[in-house]
Design a binder for this molecule. Structure first.
Ligand code: HEC
Length: 154
């Protein structure tokens, strides 16, 4: 696996992600929202690993790649909340807690905070590992707090 990215393919990947998000309402209705939201979370996990490797010095620090990872997570954060329609509470090995459907406003607060923190981290554009570590710590806090409240273990 390579950790040095040029920003150009990353930007086109982001453009594709944005285009994907734009057609989402139709996809969410017609597709499989459980599989889609699990894919979105898998991407969040991937971006998180990229950042974690830089923080730990297991991959070289790359400011553009760090910003791109936070931006991708931000897209994921915005998309994730659209993938919990009525009728997708069970099946597909979902780990979504039933509380998502009964306490939508609190779930939305978690989503909004995750989106805000990833946007702020991207905007901060950390220029060294110390700055990246701080942004990653703030963004990473979202994983645990939402998983504790709204993800169940299968
Ligand atoms: C707003 C709530 C929320 C936030 C924030 C959140 N998650 Fe999740 N995550 C979920 C839910 C709900 C599921 C279960 C989805 C399902 O199975 O339907 C999940 C599932 C996952 C999965 C399993 C995906 C699969 O099915 O293989 C991974 C990996 C994951 N999250 C990583 C992360 C990481 C890393 C972060 C933080 C950077 C994060 N999540 C932040 C709610 C959240």
């Amino acid at each position: 696996m390579r950790f040095r990215f040029s920003s150009v393919p990353l930007l086109s990947a982001l453009a594709l992600a944005a285009a994907g998000a734009a057609v989402l309402p139709a996809t969410a209705q017609n597709g499989d929202p459980i599989a889609e939201r699990q894919q979105v979370m898998k991407d969040v996990g991937r971006q998180s690993r990229t950042l974690n490797q830089m923080v730990k010095g297991e991959a070289p620090f790359d400011a553009a790649a760090a910003v791109a990872a936070f931006q991708a997570m931000n897209q994921d954060a915005q998309r994730f909340g659209t993938l919990f329609p009525e009728g997708s509470e069970t099946g597909g090995n979902t780990e979504a807690s039933p509380d998502i459907w009964t306490n939508r406003s609190e779930f939305q607060e978690h989503l909004d905070k995750f989106a805000a923190d990833t946007a702020a981290a991207a905007a901060a554009a950390p220029q060294d590992v110390a700055a990246l570590s701080e942004q990653f710590r703030v963004v990473g806090g979202n994983c645990r707090s939402c998983h504790e409240d709204f993800r169940v273990d299968n």
